[in-house]
Design a protein around this ligand. Structure first.
Ligand SMILES: O=C(O)c1ccccc1N[C@@H]1O[C@H](COP(=O)(O)O)[C@@H](O)[C@H]1O
Length: 214
């Protein structure tokens, strides 16, 4: 029997969206600490959401090329359980973050060809999970754009490190994504929104149900 995938709903900014995610029995919420994003949360917002989520769901903080002092402030404010690095962090920088904060580190790796899987392998000893995501156009955000990549590329993945799938996942395509990739973890953000940065409780619920039914 196949095990149900873990689910992360990213870009949570409101108590309503947090409660909907917990009600839908997702495993992790993501708080975005990236000022350019429509999903950015301040430290004060993260602290309130972190308190509300405490003991109810995993709390993943998403950072884009952030320094230690900023990450440390967010870890303390929200009581993060994992750190997601979604910028151009090197293998060395990723290992440094893991050692510095003693938390699991998830590294997003953008995929557009088989060669990108080779790059993912290089992170195996430095992080706890690699998160495959689509490449986004130059000058835009490195994620959260609702873009998918060719999932068939993952047939060539045989890495030793845990992994997850992100990029353009929605309630409508998540079953197909899961059937094609057998991803152990699914991560979505814009696919469960009614507008950029505005989560929709019905879409969150539909996403989680579709992922578990697949
Ligand atoms: O969500 C954001 O605003 C964001 C900003 C900067 C980097 C990553 C971001 N989101 C992450 O991107 C992937 C895919 O998102 P989507 O489902 O395609 O909208 C996901 O891991 C988000 O956590």
């Amino acid at each position: 029997m196949n095990q149900a995938p873990a689910i992360k709903i990213c870009g949570i900014k409101s108590p309503m969206a947090l409660d909907a995610t917990i009600r839908s029995r997702a495993d992790h919420v993501g708080f975005v600490f990236c000022q350019r994003s429509p999903r950015n949360v301040s430290m004060a917002e993260a602290a309130a959401l972190g308190d509300r989520a405490a003991g109810r769901i995993g709390k993943v903080g998403l950072f884009v090329d952030a320094d230690d002092s900023f990450i440390g402030e967010a870890v303390a404010a929200a009581g993060l359980s994992a750190i997601q690095l979604h910028g151009s962090e090197t293998v060395e920088r990723s290992a440094q973050v893991r050692a510095r904060f003693g938390l699991p580190v998830w590294k997003a790796v953008s995929i557009s060809s088989a060669a990108d899987l080779e790059r993912a392998h290089t992170y195996a000893d430095a992080v706890d999970l690699v998160l495959f995501d689509a490449k986004t156009p130059a000058g835009t955000l490195p994620g959260g754009m609702g873009l998918s990549f060719d999932w068939s590329l993952l047939a060539g993945w045989n890495g030793a490190v845990a992994w997850g799938l992100a990029g353009g996942l929605t309630p409508r395509n998540v079953a197909d994504a899961l059937q094609r990739t057998r991803a152990p973890l699914l991560d979505t953000s814009s696919g469960v929104e009614s507008a950029p940065g505005v989560k929709d409780a019905d879409l969150i619920s539909a996403f989680c149900s579709a992922a578990r039914a697949a």
